[in-house]
Design a protein around this ligand. Structure first.
Ligand code: PRP
Length: 183
């Protein structure tokens, strides 16, 4: 879906489809360089990371394995507690593997902080994070991120996998949601 179909719902388009593709291509070159001669498993965090995974993986000019996890906070409004549970675990044994977690956004940092320590306990060769977006002002937990597409202000963004009540994920661009939509 193009932003023109929901332009009443958006304050602005933060990143166009083209800008996202170009930035992911830059990150892919960094990943290729950093993992040269190493086997690599990229792990997408459902559901928001589907678009980033699909485009990053296709941009990588090398072999890469892909796996997925689904994670949920306990109940509603408990994201800030940092307590999460695994809804779908990896199918892959990551012992001795180089793992790159791929997500579309880091907000408070609680999810990926927890996930990094969970995966690290499985004795992989390495665990790193790639995120398309990060909100430095929202961070509650320090998370070491190897690859960041862009740091953005602490605003409600949708599109390219990011949802508001399960809508807008299929928007090609990333936009700031207008307050009248969620207030
Ligand atoms: C998003 C995103 C991260 C998490 C980041 O997922 O994909 O996993 O939130 O937030 P945090 O830094 O505050 O922990 P979300 O829970 O919205 O699920 P979804 O991917 O299914 O939309």
């Amino acid at each position: 879906m193009d932003a023109s179909h929901v332009d009443q719902d958006l304050v602005n388009v933060l990143f166009t489809e083209k800008q996202i593709q170009d930035r992911l291509a830059e990150l892919a070159r960094e990943v290729e360089r950093d993992y040269a001669d190493q086997d690599l498993l990229i792990v997408g965090i459902l559901r928001g990371a589907v678009m980033v995974m699909a485009d990053l993986a296709r941009s990588l000019e090398r072999h890469v394995e892909m796996d997925w996890m689904a994670i949920s906070s306990y109940g509603s409004g408990t994201k800030s507690s940092g307590v999460v549970r695994i809804l779908k675990d990896l199918d892959t044994d990551i012992t001795g593997r180089h793992v790159l977690i791929v997500d579309e956004i880091i907000d408070t940092g609680l999810t990926l902080s927890w996930l990094t320590s969970n995966l690290s306990s499985r004795e992989p060769a390495s665990v790193e994070i790639l995120t398309l977006l990060r909100k430095p002002e929202a961070l509650q937990m320090p998370v070491e991120v190897k690859y960041v597409g862009w740091d953005i202000p602490n605003e409600f963004v949708v599109g390219y996998g990011l949802d508001y009540r399960e809508r807008y994920r299929n928007l090609r661009d990333i936009g700031t949601l207008a307050p009248h939509v969620y207030s």
